[in-house]
Design a protein around this ligand. Structure first.
Ligand code: ZN
Length: 428
């Protein structure tokens, strides 16, 4: 079908059905689903899959089996009562199209502090052109766009030539074991994938990796009046923090700003001290200090190597400091520890995304890297499935109070997405 004509038909269909898209988003936002508590929302996703007429696979991962799976990340969490749901639209003539996998997470972060919200976070509200509620940006709306577009292609085009598989997962905010469970189940094959995380409608074929560290610094307690008898752990901790700042500078100058997807950001890969805690008394020399934070990495880097470079930087802070040389700070790694991922800049699926964006909007799309991590790495690095993040809503909104998405931005996203899906999977 002629490209122009296809775009017109799809945009018209999205406009006609826009009420349906908003209804789907509201249905999911209205169900509280903070990580660990995804049962009710997944039941609703299953209902929606069935309403659309998708083949549905609904299962609860077995904890023991999952813990022994190579892609499980050791969070200690249980998946009891936390189903994964897949909806499949089978292709009518696979040789005439390519297959697509859409992965979206239904879990959201806590809505605390509740008093910062102007509305009930688990009751979708439409106001001034915005859809407001927890998950409006990250990423119930993104998942709903994927489901909506699949239903749209089925209703208006009688389906697609090759398979569309939508995998709705729990547990993303906790590190991605819901997606790992879907891979263990066998959802590992597709010609391309979309993770509709909030990208403000930018096309983002890359995401960062990240690792959480904690550093303990020892000093020697003393009364502040005789400070010279003690050693301030806070002052030593400041040296460590300065070394981390220097590591960030060096990494960004020499490595991270060279990545094509991250070169245009003011900071390509941050090293953030999130917590700096030390001391007990106003007039005392602190004996212990603790720094906790996150080091991020760009595609092409490896999380183990980057972790080593941070440990080296901490050792470097000890040079020329007798106390620190004799009492070296201890570095621990905890929580998130995962690799970045990327699809090649000129991969056909990326090109198709750009063309679709241009066709729908008449504008040149922004192509860059997602400024956080996503589950894409699990599918991309382990099974070689190319993919990209593309969704409405701002990543800065993602975990914030009064989370919202602009409705027109959401509609635009759906038009581009449906066109991408139609062209990739093939329609008649
Ligand atoms: Zn997300």
């Amino acid at each position: 079908m002629d490209y122009r004509q296809l775009e017109k038909r799809i945009s018209a269909a999205v406009e006609k059905e826009r009420g349906r898209l908003l209804e789907l988003c509201e249905r999911l936002i209205n169900i509280e689903s903070v990580t660990g508590n995804e049962r009710a929302v997944q039941d609703e996703v299953k209902n929606i899959f069935q309403e659309i007429g998708l083949e549905t696979d609904y299962w609860i991962p077995d904890d023991e089996e999952l813990k022994n799976y190579s892609l499980y990340s050791d969070t200690g969490e249980s998946f009891l009562n936390r189903p994964v749901v897949a909806g499949i639209l089978r292709g009518k003539c696979p040789s005439k199209g390519k297959s697509l996998l859409i992965n979206g997470h239904v879990d959201v972060v806590t809505a605390e502090p509740l008093d910062m919200w102007d509305t009930d976070p688990f009751q979708a509200v439409i106001q001034d052109g915005k859809l407001i509620g927890r998950g409006a940006s990250d990423m119930k709306t993104g998942l709903c766009v994927g489901i909506f577009c699949t239903g749209l292609l089925k209703k208006y085009f009688g389906g697609v030539n090759n398979d569309i598989t939508i995998v709705s997962v729990p547990g993303e905010e906790n590190g991605g074991n819901g997606t790992a469970a879907s891979l263990m189940r066998g959802y590992t094959k597709a010609d391309a994938s979309i993770f509709p995380e909030p990208t403000s409608n930018q096309i983002q074929p890359a995401h960062r990796g990240a690792a959480f560290w904690r550093i303990h610094v020892d000093g020697r307690a003393s009364h502040g009046g005789t400070k010279y008898k003690g050693v301030s752990a806070v002052e030593k901790g400041m040296k460590v923090a300065a070394a981390l700042q220097e590591l960030e500078d060096t990494r960004n100058r020499e490595i991270c700003s060279k990545n094509v997807f991250y070169k245009d950001y003011p900071l390509s890969a941050p090293v953030t001290v999130g917590i700096f805690r030390g001391g007990q008394f106003t007039s005392g020399v602190p004996e212990h200090c603790m720094l906790e934070g996150c080091i991020e990495l760009v595609p092409g880097e490896n999380v183990e190597d980057v972790a080593k470079s941070l440990e080296e930087a901490v050792r470097g802070a000890c040079k020329d400091d007798l106390w620190l040389m004799e009492h070296p700070p201890r570095v621990e790694w905890f929580g998130l520890f995962y690799n970045p991922a990327q699809t090649e800049w000129d991969h056909p699926f990326v090109t198709l995304a750009k063309e679709s964006f241009r066709a729908v909007t008449g504008d040149e799309p922004a192509v860059n890297g997602f400024e956080a991590g996503t589950d894409m790495r699990l599918l991309n690095r382990n099974f070689g499935v190319p993919g990209l993040m593309f969704g409405a809503g701002d990543i800065a909104m993602a975990h914030a109070p009064n989370e919202y998405v602009e409705i027109e931005e959401l509609i635009k996203n759906a038009k581009v997405m449906a066109l991408m899906m139609a062209r990739w999977c093939g329609v008649e």
